[in-house]
Design a protein around this ligand. Structure first.
Ligand SMILES: NC(=O)c1ccc[n+]([C@@H]2O[C@H](COP(=O)([O-])OP(=O)(O)OC[C@H]3O[C@@H](n4cnc5c(N)ncnc54)[C@H](OP(=O)(O)O)[C@@H]3O)[C@@H](O)[C@H]2O)c1
Length: 327
């Protein structure tokens, strides 16, 4: 892959909630520009382009893929479109940043990675927690031994969603379910700290709409370190994370996946770490760094991690009895 120079030109795939946040946070990006947006509907694309000052609106995702002005596409649609759209954009020669979860299952993730490899294009899962300044600083300090040997982790991402079967989180056809949408955050915190768990015990349920709406994971690592991770669409939770070691602890305030404030206790000393505000632009900086270095994947969110997480999600969903049509 040739290293890129000059301003990097983005296309947005989708006009929903997260794409709106992405366009807003892109104001913090100095060396790139959003040049196009694509949608299933020309009206949506036109309205989005007008609101965000984007030059070109495409009334289909295929038209966005064919836009010669676009270097890299942000895939921000619902989970079932992540894999097919990503492969389409990669095959069209675009680089891709795709929202979390990278796919619905590991087989789809494999197809996406194969397409990035075959086309010699960049691909990364947009797991923004891994790029938030407070998280990056505290994780580096934990890995440097700031709290001693890590023994226990707690993480939660839960809220009581009003019962609306058409909501994408409850609609199986739209890739609904708490595990892939919410559980991915506490699992990311644990994985980032200790690597892939050796064992995962699963408790949870599939609700009336056929998607998992409550899940608790008890993860274990060699030597007995453990994480208790919860995600729910029915119960309001703390939405925080806590990492405990033999010499201290780190407490990630609400919301744990995007906080700017972390309390670090080392022995009897307590320090409050205030990071720069979280946002979707920090991961854009990593995409640009990789494109300018001419590398196809980020060492901070590598393909192997995205793939291994999907593989564990496949196993967890099989235990819960939560399936998608593509399985
Ligand atoms: N990083 C984060 O903090 C964060 C937060 C929220 C969501 N997300 C992720 O972002 C993704 C979208 O979530 P959202 O909350 O933005 O959803 P949303 O507001 O319901 O928007 C749905 C999105 O999917 C697109 N889409 C494409 N094909 C579709 C289809 N066949 N049916 C329905 N929609 C289709 C829509 O674009 P058009 O209608 O223009 O085609 C729109 O961009 C999910 O994967 C989610 O995990 C991430």
């Amino acid at each position: 892959m040739e290293p890129m120079t000059g301003p990097i030109k983005w296309g947005l795939a989708g006009t929903g909630g997260i794409v709106t946040s992405f366009a807003r946070d892109f104001a913090h990006v100095a060396d790139g520009e959003i040049v196009a947006v694509g949608s299933r509907s020309a009206d949506s694309a036109n309205a989005f382009a007008a609101e965000h000052g984007i030059g070109t609106a495409h009334g289909s995702y295929e038209a966005l893929a064919a836009d010669p002005n676009v270097d890299v596409v942000y895939v921000g649609g619902i989970h079932p479109v992540h894999a097919p759209q990503t492969v389409m954009f990669l095959d069209a020669g675009k680089h891709v940043l795709v929202e979390k979860p990278i796919a619905l299952n590991a087989a789809q993730a494999d197809d996406m990675i194969a397409a990035a490899t075959a086309n010699d294009r960049f691909l990364m899962e947009a797991l923004w927690t891994r790029f938030n300044p407070a998280h990056v600083e505290v994780m580096a300090r934990i890995h440097d031994g700031a709290i001693g040997e890590v023994r226990r982790i707690q993480g939660d991402f839960s809220f009581a969603l009003p019962h609306d079967p058409g909501h994408r989180l409850l609609d199986r056809a739209k890739g609904g379910g708490g595990l892939l949408d919410l559980g991915i955050y506490p699992l990311t915190m644990a994985w980032w700290t200790l690597g892939e768990p050796e064992t995962i015990h699963v408790v949870g349920r599939v609700g009336e709409t056929g998607v998992d709406d409550e899940v608790t994971l008890l993860c274990g690592w060699p030597g007995g370190a453990a994480a208790t991770l919860t995600a729910s669409l029915r119960v309001g939770g703390t939405m925080t994370a806590r990492i405990e070691g033999l010499e201290g602890a780190a407490e990630f305030g609400f919301p744990g996946h995007a906080t700017t404030t972390v309390t670090l206790r080392q022995g009897r000393e307590t320090e409050t770490i205030e990071g720069e505000p979280a946002g979707l632009h920090h991961q854009v900086a990593e995409v640009h760094r990789c494109l300018r270095a001419g590398v196809r994947e980020s060492v901070r969110m590598p393909w192997a991690t995205s793939r291994a997480m999907m593989h564990r999600f496949d196993q967890i969903r099989a235990e819960l009895g939560a399936t998608y049509d593509v399985d």
